[in-house]
Design a protein around this ligand. Structure first.
Ligand SMILES: *[C@@H]1O[C@H](CO)[C@@H](O)[C@H](O)[C@H]1NC(C)=O
Length: 482
């Protein structure tokens, strides 16, 4: 299977953007998410059912830390259901559906969920491995909606500006389109899920790329106006409030003592034309938090200093350069560290927060961590950590990759996609953390990123990168110095 070169990827974005712009101009609806009238009413009694008619899908991940979290959540829910005495939901751990790892983006999993659970299920409810659920409150919410109808329920997020990660959709009025916050949980009625599963069997998706699955699934469901929009459910919460059916507070989990500075080796990819423009921003912001950091360029420049890897600079992907970095990381030329972080020269990152997150993961396992994207997931493609937000790999993962012989087909192939394809073929899971960001804060829902303790953002376009760093990434009282 071939990879799509970056320029196709970008042109594809533009085409989709034009198409979606056209669509967007025809949607008169100004309301992001509707609070349906049913919310003001008493429960629909003829739709009453127990928890055994709810399929609860945990968006679990294969990495051992996340798999453990998902099992904890499952055990907790089963226990609470027993105490409540209103039936026990079917609980699905998404990563257990198949060895092949495409189901994380949900759409590919829907046909399977339908064919397996259509007999018993009235509702499918999706949560993350850290989402807490109050089952009695959940049941009460679901009883409000007539299950014979198509419902897409969630906590509503929206864009404030047209966003590259959403292909600049609805650029006339980006806030007009709502999508769910996965941390708060979201639901599909079986009636809607059945139709989606059928559509997925016949209809090709418009794009091969999965960039922001929660947005893309909302677009797929809405279907240019043929399907429902997201209905906002106030009881699907993140911050705890009264009457919440769900809560989520663990954005940056507390797993104990942060990984030490010396165990994170930082590689910054740059090239001559950015030595004076971008490197000074790294130096003015986060460079000071790294114990070991090297700048890799096509040209040696003692004033920074940069290391030249002997790989010519390429305009598109950086596969040749990245593989040279991997080889150097394992060599005696640099101090031995458990973790490798590869970033672009226009990535802004909080190393203290990264080190807090990394202590959740086992460095003796092959770990690939960052913001997860997908390519061709509905037809057995692969996932990858998108490069701009920062790619984190354990030493074990780097060693497995290099000894496998998996390599770039050209120096200018997209490095992140090649790494993802290699890891997928080796069975190394691509682990997602929503704290890494391939784009700028403006490109994400403000509600979402203001709740997170973000680890990274990427790109200097139209923003002041130093101000961005100070606002979103710098801790006023760095915990590692306490
Ligand atoms: C999703 O899971 C199903 C069920 O096990 C499996 O057959 C299918 O290949 C998986 N699809 C993807 C894209 O991962």
């Amino acid at each position: 299977m071939g990879l799509t070169p970056y320029h196709n990827r970008v042109n594809g974005f533009k085409l989709v953007a034009v198409f979606l712009f056209w669509l967007g101009t025809f949607t008169g609806d100004k309301h992001t998410c509707h609070a349906h009238a049913a919310e003001q009413q008493e429960p629909v009694t003829h739709g009453a059912f127990g928890l055994e008619q709810v399929v609860l899908v945990i968006q679990s991940q294969r990495n051992s830390y996340h798999a453990r979290k998902a099992v904890e959540r499952k055990v907790e829910i089963v226990q609470k259901a027993a105490e409540l005495g209103q039936g026990v939901p079917v609980i699905v751990l998404l990563h257990e559906l198949s060895d092949y790892d495409g189901n994380w983006s949900i759409l590919p999993a829907l046909p399977h969920l339908w064919s397996t659970y259509s007999q018993s299920a009235s509702w499918f409810f999706f949560i993350e491995d850290e989402t807490r659920v109050n089952l009695a409150a959940l049941l009460k919410v679901l009883h409000r909606y007539e299950v014979q109808e198509e419902w897409f329920l969630g906590k509503c997020l929206h864009d404030n500006e047209a966003s590259i990660i959403h292909h600049y959709a609805f650029s006339e009025d980006p806030a007009s389109f709502g999508y769910p916050d996965p941390a708060a949980g979201w639901a599909l009625s079986a009636t809607l899920l059945r139709r989606l599963a059928e559509r997925l069997q016949h209809e090709r998706l418009k794009s091969d790329f999965t960039i922001d699955w929660k947005y893309e699934i909302a677009l797929y469901i809405w279907e240019g106006g043929n399907g429902p929009k997201l209905t906002a459910v106030p009881e699907f919460c993140t911050e705890p409030r009264d009457n919440c059916a769900t809560t989520f507070t663990t954005y940056l989990p507390n797993c104990g003592v942060p990984v030490s500075k010396e165990h994170v080796f930082v590689a910054v990819k740059t090239c001559q034309k950015f030595h004076s423009e971008r490197v000074p921003v790294v130096k003015a912001t986060w460079e000071k938090d790294a114990a070991f950091l090297e700048y890799y360029s096509d040209v040696a420049d003692a004033s920074i200093p940069t290391v030249s890897l002997g790989v010519p600079n390429t305009e598109r992907g950086h596969c040749g350069k990245t593989f040279a970095i991997l080889r150097r990381f394992l060599s005696k030329a640099v101090p031995k560290a458990d973790w490798l972080l590869i970033v672009d020269d226009d990535t802004l990152i909080s190393l203290p927060r990264l080190r807090r997150l990394l202590c959740c993961y086992n460095p003796t396992e092959a770990v690939s961590l960052g913001e997860k994207y997908g390519y061709g997931l509905v037809r057995n493609g692969y996932s990858y950590t998108t490069g701009g937000g920062g790619m984190v790999m354990s030493r074990v993962a780097v060693a497995r990759l290099l000894s496998s012989g998996c390599s770039c087909y050209t120096d200018d192939a997209p490095d992140d996609m090649v790494l993802g394809r290699c890891f997928t073929s080796l069975g190394v899971p691509i682990t997602h953390s929503p704290l890494f960001h391939q784009a700028r804060p403006e490109d994400y829902s403000e509600t979402l990123i203001s709740l997170q303790e973000a680890i990274s953002f990427h790109k200097h376009w139209n923003i002041d990168p130093v101000a961005l760093y100070q606002h979103w990434l710098q801790d006023t009282h760095p915990r590692d110095e306490l």
